[in-house]
Design a protein around this ligand. Structure first.
Ligand SMILES: NC(=O)c1ccc[n+]([C@@H]2O[C@H](COP(=O)([O-])OP(=O)(O)OC[C@H]3O[C@@H](n4cnc5c(N)ncnc54)[C@H](O)[C@@H]3O)[C@@H](O)[C@H]2O)c1
Length: 241
């Protein structure tokens, strides 16, 4: 039972390290483990059991052990995981060892909130540029950056080595903005606009839609109220399944 850093091609260390091909669900849980591990480190603990880490991350421990085994992390029986080492391994796997530059397009209500959010910096991202199409917003300073006109996107993206584009424009403008980001060489996009983007192969798009999350919760509310209106015995039986 040991932990080791991911190694390079053909298992050798050095050069460009090989990354395991992880299940998407595992990738989605790694940031949760990382957040929990940073918290555990802050409380002065050097090691953590899989049960302790699973509880802190809100997942079951069998799933956590399976996820971490993909990274080559198995912990040590009776001791658990080395917190600092596991932080290193997860940050390495997520590519967080370099600070990635982010461009935010659309600096309206949502864009202002995102541009002012300190959590991006503390989790390894640098908001490097803000863009808007509205001349009235151009030049507005937000958190140490002046809003630039969208027409400057290509030049600034190259100068700042923008890795990720965040779209916070109305849905009607989002596809044009995505096209402009792709043309500027950006290959990862986080889309807050409520629409589906069409992008070339090799460009990754993640979508955040709080309304969808609320609709899912609405479904569960709806289901719970439907169950409680069933005749007593039936409702209890159904809830228990
Ligand atoms: N994902 C979520 O959970 C969530 C939550 C709230 C809002 N939204 C979405 O986020 C988007 C922004 O919402 P908002 O309330 O901030 O809107 P907003 O109208 O306040 O801001 C939109 C900004 O985009 C700019 N813009 C328009 N076209 C542009 C273009 N082609 N290039 C650059 N900038 C352009 C506008 O000038 C404006 O400043 C909307 O699509 C909204 O539906 C998503």
């Amino acid at each position: 039972m040991s932990q080791h850093r991911p190694t390079g091609p053909n298992g050798r260390s050095g050069g460009v390290p090989a990354l395991p091909d992880l299940p998407e669900a595992t990738v989605a849980r790694l940031p949760e483990y990382l957040r929990a591990l940073h918290h555990i480190a802050e409380t002065g603990n050097d090691t953590i059991s899989s049960e302790g880490l699973a509880a802190a991350a809100g997942v079951n421990s069998a799933k956590l052990r399976k996820d971490l085994s993909h990274l080559g992390s198995y912990g040590t029986r009776g001791v658990g995981y080395d917190v600092a080492l596991l932080i290193d391994q997860i940050e390495f796997t997520l590519g967080l060892t370099q600070r990635r530059a982010v461009a935010l397009v659309g600096v309206g209500n949502l864009g202002h909130a995102l541009a002012g959010y300190a959590g991006f910096a503390s989790r390894g991202f640098r908001i490097a540029a803000l863009f808007d199409a509205d001349q009235a917003r151009v030049g507005e300073p937000i958190n140490g950056l002046d809003v630039r006109h969208i027409s400057e996107l290509a030049t600034v993206a190259a100068a700042e080595s923008i890795a990720i584009g965040v779209i916070a424009t109305p849905a009607a403008a989002a596809q044009d903005v995505a096209d402009a980001l792709v043309a500027a060489g950006v290959t990862s996009i986080l889309n807050f606009a409520p629409c589906v983007l069409s992008v070339p192969e090799g460009v990754d798009v993640r979508k955040v839609d709080l309304a969808i999350e609320l609709q899912i919760l609405s479904f569960h509310e709806h289901r719970k109220s439907a169950l409680t209106s069933l005749p007593g015995g039936l409702a209890e039986e159904a809830v228990g399944t």
